[in-house]
Design a protein around this ligand. Structure first.
Ligand code: C2E
Ligand code: CA
Ligand code: CA
Length: 757
């Protein structure tokens, strides 16, 4: 079955072979049938013809014998009238008798009925047709059948039956001759033979090989009876088979058997059935041309052949439709397996197969396209619109790619183009075209949606020798692109170094808490008159292998790899513990600002842990500020909002960190209960260099004052900046100008000095 499915055509060929064998066998048996039918009928015709000829011959013999007996009784022909009457009675009695003549031993006619205009000196011994047989008649007592010939006197072809009349001593007195009309006497035979187009029957004389009755098409041709069949032909048609059978010629002649022989001459290919009429020494031959058998066979076999061709055609159509169906099915399956159902582009599976063909150091580029914030599009407009946009993106990309480029949708909003170009300027130009095509707004159901894409490129062989390396590179480049979004990022070796370093960082992070590598530093925050307002706890990590790693590096990695919660919990516990201890030791009161990652706020346990730790150190919650980064907050504002409100109910305060660097700073101010706002240090650094930045800082402070939110400026490094901020009405000041972040001991000294100061 599996074989049949595999190769339906093999099944077809086997069927054809079987069917052909079957048809050949059927054709063979049909031929045998036709052959047998014909030869059987041929034998019957031969037998019947032999019998009827013999009986009609015997009839004439009887007449001759009767007349001979009568004339013998009379002893002479003296009473010519009476003799004539006797002969005439016989002629009138039988229509087939055209003449009854008595000849003397010299072959000269004596009496004839009817009266014939016989010329003088005419003698049977004078004509070649009659001479021999007349002589033969004289020699025997019985009836002798003379050669068939055309008699001028009678005016038609006749068969002469002759018999001698003798005296008591046996001396021949005269010869009786009965002339039988070929037309009248053998019409039954001629008609029979003529009716059949299949068989050709004739009678010839064994003695002298002349036709007694010629084949029907020449039966009335008087010349044919002068034709002596060559001995060679006779030998081939009768003598040979008899010799082959090893039987005596005599036996066949005297038996009633029919002898078959196939004559295969260039001019004639036929089967003859021969019967010997012993009494008259005649061979009766019925001949069938092989062509006739062939034609009859063809008539029958044509039906079989038509059936054969017809059934094979039907089978062929059937098999072909099965094969086509299978082919279509497998094509459809292959299509399904290798294509993306939404965009009809190739899919990831196909890409994998496609890459398998690639050799080492092949020249190509992979261009990786990732739609920015696609999740947001799905959430805001619904998945149906999202799908429409993806289709539109696919169409736009299709328009741009070269015919021999491969365009693949590898996952929901990710597309890959494999180009066989690695020339950087050309690829850059190509990427620009992609960016441009995204620049046109997407329209769907009357909605206009602006989307952008991040594009990453890596080219072989310059970036790597194998497909795997190039795909890893393009991922690294995409990671880079996603940091800014809506840009093209080409792979650079630096990205790999960074990636490997980040990997190391991640691995070391896992063990950092256990190895007690984390500690906290605290940076003082001062009021307008340099009075201590609070400290910001900042995390430090001194790793045994990688050395001091800045939080800007490891915090995002901790966030991504899921360690932020436990690390964050460490920061809260340790800072509460440290500050609690320092407050007791120094007797100073000040606020504690703790940086909190949005990952922590998203965690359901954060609130519980926070409250538990506050209670454990009997810490006054109203002195704690949680610094939340604005740029991260935007993504999950609804989720985080609830937690923030609960924390605020517990008297904790919220500080919005890095204000101004995100997109929707003002939206957050409006939606969240913010107590404090931290102007990002990048603004503080530039405010005296760049007037626009100055105006922004001015604006931020003005808005905060309106909203009754406290402003903190971080990154103050000079007195000028401090003064400028003071003039604008900033509330709290933090920066190296006042103090770098201090470890616990340093902060203790700072507090003590501060006390003194
Ligand atoms: P941030 O919250 O904006 O922290 C202020 C950063 O500015 C600190 O860097 C601090 O050392 C630095 N800084 C303060 N004054 C000056 C100045 O006058 N000049 C200059 N050049 N820098 C100044 P740091 O400690 O390297 O921290 C970097 C960032 O790492 C922080 O930015 C914060 O986002 C994150 N981070 C630090 N500790 C934690 C933590 O415990 N939890 C969380 N979630 N994030 C933390
Ligand atoms: Ca901070
Ligand atoms: Ca900050």
């Amino acid at each position: 079955m599996a074989l049949f499915k595999k190769n339906i055509w093999l099944a077809f060929y086997i069927t054809v072979i079987f069917w052909s064998i079957f048809t050949t066998v059927a054709a063979y048996y049909t031929y045998q049938n036709v052959y047998q039918d014909i030869t059987l009928e041929q034998a019957n015709i031969t037998k019947i013809s032999a019998k009827s000829l013999q009986s009609s011959f015997q009839q004439y013999e009887t007449i001759l014998n009767l007349v001979a007996a009568e004339l013998t009784r009379r002893g002479s022909l003296d009473d010519k009238n009476s003799v004539y009457n006797t002969l005439n009675t016989a002629v009138e009695m039988d229509q087939t008798i055209v003449a009854f003549v008595i000849f003397n031993v010299r072959g000269e006619p004596i009496v004839s009925a009817p009266l014939l205009p016989i010329p003088d000196q005419s003698s049977l011994l004078n004509t070649s047709q009659t001479k021999d047989t007349f002589k033969a008649t004289l020699k025997v007592e019985g009836v002798v059948l003379g050669r068939t010939y055309y008699s001028d006197i009678i005016g038609e072809i006749i068969l002469p039956f002759r018999k001698t009349v003798r005296d008591r001593e046996g001396k021949v007195l005269f010869v009786l001759s009965l002339s039988i009309s070929l037309k009248e006497g053998f019409d039954y035979f001629i008609n029979n033979v003529q009716e059949s187009l299949v068989y050709n029957t004739f009678l010839y004389r064994k003695m002298d090989r002349y036709f007694q009755l010629a084949p029907f098409d020449k039966i009335y041709d008087k010349n044919i009876y002068n034709y002596q069949i060559p001995l060679a032909v006779i030998k081939k048609s009768i003598a040979l088979p008899v010799e082959n059978k090893g039987e005596s010629y005599n036996f066949i002649e005297h038996g009633s058997e029919i002898v078959y022989h196939e004559i295969n001459l260039p001019a004639k290919h036929s089967i003859t059935a021969s019967a010997y009429l012993d009494r008259y020494q005649l061979w009766l031959i019925t001949e069938v041309e092989f062509n006739v058998i062939r034609q009859l066979f063809l008539q029958k076999v044509i039906i079989i052949l038509v059936l054969y061709v017809f059934s094979l055609s039907i089978m062929f159509i059937l098999f072909r439709s099965i094969a086509l169906n299978q082919e279509n099915k497998s094509k459809a399956l292959t299509y399904q397996a290798t294509h993306d159902f939404l965009t009809n582009l190739y899919n990831r599976f196909y890409l994998e197969q496609y890459f398998k063909e690639f050799k080492k150091n092949e020249l190509f580029s992979v261009i990786f396209i990732n739609i920015d914030n696609f999740k947001l599009i799905n959430e805001s407009y619904g998945h149906a619109q999202g799908d429409k946009i993806l289709k539109d993106v696919a169409l736009r990309l299709k328009d741009i790619v070269a015919t021999d480029d491969l365009l693949v949708r590898i996952s929901s909003d990710e597309f890959v183009i494999v180009s066989n170009e690695n020339n950087r300027p050309l690829i850059e130009y190509f990427c620009r075209k992609i960016v441009q095509s995204f620049g046109v707004v997407f329209r769907s159901d009357g909605i206009e949606i602006a989307i952008s894409a991040s594009i990453a490129v890596s080219s072989a062989p310059q970036d790597g020798a194998t497909v795997d390396i190039i795909m890893r590179n393009v991922d690294l480049a995409m990671y880079q692109a996603k940091k800014t979004k809506n840009c093209v990022s080409f792979y650079e070796h630096r990205l790999l170094t960074e990636y490997l370093y980040n990997n190391d960082v991640e691995n070391e992070l896992k063990k950092a808490l256990e190895k007690n590598e984390f500690y906290l530093v605290y940076q003082p925050q001062l009021g307008i008159s340099n009075n201590l307002k609070g400290v910001e706890a900042l995390l430090r990590w001194n790793n045994s292998k990688l050395g001091n790693i800045p939080p800007d590096i490891f915090i995002p990695i901790a966030e991504k790899s899921g360690y932020m919660n436990i690390i964050g919990e460490f920061v809260i516990r340790r800072s509460l513990e440290d500050v609690h201890e320092l407050k007791q030791q120094t007797g100073r009161q000040f606020d504690l600002s703790i940086n909190v990652s949005v990952k922590q706020l998203q965690n359901a346990d954060f609130y519980t842990v926070m409250v538990a730790l506050l209670e454990r150190f009997k810490f006054d919650a109203s002195t704690v500020l949680l610094e939340v980064t604005e740029s991260v907050l935007i993504e999950d504002i609804e989720q985080v909002r609830a937690t923030i409100i609960k924390l605020k109910e517990r008297d904790l305060r919220i500080s919005l960190d890095d204000f101004g660097t995100g997109y929707s700073s003002l939206t957050i101010l409006k939606n969240l209960p913010i107590d404090e706002l931290k102007i990002d240090k990048s603004f503080v650094f530039d405010m005296l260099i760049d007037s626009k930045t100055f105006s922004m800082v001015e604006g931020i402070i003005a808005i905060s004052q309106k909203l009754k939110i406290i402003t903190v400026a971080e990154g103050i490094e000079t007195e000028e900046v401090k003064k400028a901020l003071k003039n604008l009405g900033c509330d709290i000041y933090q920066g190296y100008y006042f103090s770098k972040p201090l470890n616990k001991e340093g902060l203790k000294k700072y507090l003590q000095n501060y006390l003194i100061g």
